[in-house]
Design a protein around this ligand. Structure first.
Ligand code: PLP
Length: 481
């Protein structure tokens, strides 16, 4: 029997699709036809490779549900909201900081409209896109001047390119950081045309080491916050104040790559060791760089601030044009920064701050509430219990600090934990959770109250999926569309 002949035509598939689902969401006809043609081609290739033998599997009735599933996948946005039940607050793979409602509203207002992005409303002449946030940054940090670029990696690149190109920059061997996503200090320095001058040792670097490294080729001193690791034991490090005095005595700028660069004082919450922007400036750093979407809790951005004499040169660098920040980011950043004008408001309204500082007792109460809801929804399909655990701040912040939490731990009785985890990835919205010791753990720290319902539905759906697994169509192939 010629198996190829069993396959329906593209037209027949589309007609049948119309009949079963006339309102297939907003997929343009030519795109749908392409999907159907690709889908049929895959079946032909499977026949050629001897993977499909049964003619029944090639008939319209068998193929239609698969194509329908694929079409409905394709109709959804590829980038979509997900539920973060991992307890990692600044989860880089999940978009780092969720924005405050005020920041979302600001983006919405600016995105669909013209604005005064680079228009001075006092004169009608051309203005600066930094004007919307520069005063706020000055006020909140004590810096003389500021600008914003695409992210902190761009900020470091731009600073080095402007102030140190072709010159030597001493960095402590203990600070040659790699941040996830392949940002490495030695490589970014090389890309900026700067000659890295390693000083000191991995565990101990003294002021004298910096002093000995300075010569007439030196362009700046660079300090890098060891965001995602700590060196402990027999250690020494030169303070910002000492480095600032040394830099000033040679007319060099002291550059401080803060990484997270907090505007908020986390020490009352037992989180002492993340450097604050204002502290670094007060101690004498000349040019600082930090992220908008780490501990700040705002949009992806790189904030550069410090003394006017250096910031003016950075603003004038043509490379800045290639790294420039867009209007939606500026809208979100301005709204987020405004919330910091009242720190008590900031911690209430900026989701990342609230999650990081959530008291253990509140997390326990939320875990109990979620567990009650899940016990009702998943009766007989899973064991649900509360277990003590730890969360993580993430985004390369507070690497040794694992704030205590209460986990809702789920052990399915109808499928394996791994199967459950995978099905939750395919849920709408996808639910991302940790798997450890044969249970799936949900951390209430990163769950919003309004996500408990969707979390319960996703689990309910995933646990009832046994036996109706979309005709065994491989998940891999579905995911590609
Ligand atoms: C995170 C980090 C960066 C990179 O910041 P992005 O905003 O991710 O580009 C650079 N330096 C340090 C020290 C960091 O912690």
């Amino acid at each position: 029997m010629n198996l190829f002949r069993c396959l329906p035509s593209v037209d027949a598939l589309l007609k049948a699709l119309d009949a079963v689902n006339p309102a297939l969401p907003a997929l343009p006809r030519p795109y749908l036809a392409d999907l159907a043609a690709d889908f049929l081609e895959e079946q032909r290739s499977a026949i050629r490779n001897g993977l499909l033998h049964d003619p029944e599997h090639l008939r319209l009735a068998a193929l239609l549900p698969m194509l329908r599933e694929r079409a409905s996948q394709a109709a959804r946005p590829h980038l979509r909201p997900a539920i973060n039940a991992t307890g990692v607050v600044l989860h880089t793979n999940m978009g780092r900081a969720p924005l405050a409602r005020e920041a979302v509203a600001a983006v919405t207002a600016i995105a669909g409209s013209y604005s005064n992005l680079e228009l001075d409303l006092a004169t009608g002449e051309r203005g600066s896109r930094y004007s919307h946030v520069e005063d706020l940054i000055r006020r909140l940090t004590g810096a003389e001047a500021a600008l914003v670029v695409n992210n902190n990696a761009a900020a470091v690149l731009l600073i080095l390119d402007t102030l140190c190109k072709g010159r030597e920059v001493p960095v402590s061997r203990g600070q040659l950081v790699e941040i996830g996503g392949s940002f490495r200090i030695p490589e970014i320095m090389e890309k900026s045309g700067v000659i890295l001058r390693e000083v000191g040792t991995t565990n101990r670097t003294t002021l004298k080491d910096y002093e000995n490294a300075l010569n007439d080729q030196t362009g700046a001193i660079l300090r890098v916050h060891t965001s995602n690791y700590r060196i402990i034991g027999f250690t020494a490090d030169a303070s910002i104040a000492d480095l600032a005095r040394l830099a000033q005595s040679r007319n060099l700028p002291l550059i401080d790559d803060l990484g997270s660069g907090s505007l908020y004082d986390f020490s009352p919450f037992g989180l002492p060791d993340e450097p604050r922007v204002a502290d670094s400036l007060r101690d004498g750093a000349d040019v600082l760089a930090f992220s908008g979407d780490k501990l700040l809790g705002g949009p992806q951005a790189g904030i550069i601030c410090g003394k006017s004499q250096w910031i003016a040169r950075i603003k004038a660098n043509p490379l800045n044009r290639a790294l420039r920040v867009d209007k939606m980011t500026l809208a979100a950043l301005e709204a987020t920064l405004r919330l910091y004008l009242d720190p008590a408001e900031a911690v209430r309204r900026i989701p990342a701050l609230g999650m990081i500082t959530a008291p253990p007792a509140e997390l326990a109460a939320r875990a109990r509430r979620l567990a009650r809801r899940l016990r009702r929804a998943l009766a007989g399909q899973a064991h649900i219990r509360l277990t003590p655990g730890v969360s993580a701040v993430g985004g390369g912040s507070f690497p040794e600090h694992n704030p205590p939490t209460t986990l809702v731990s789920i052990t399915p009785t109808v499928c394996s934990v791994e199967t459950l985890r995978q099905r939750l990835l395919a849920a709408t919205p996808p639910l991302i959770a940790r798997v450890e010791r044969d249970a799936l753990h949900l951390d209430p720290r990163t769950l919003r109250d309004d996500e408990y319902g969707p979390t319960a539905s996703a689990l309910e759906q995933a646990l009832s999926e046994n036996g109706n697994n979309c005709s065994g169509f491989p998940a891999r192939t579905l995911a590609r569309t």
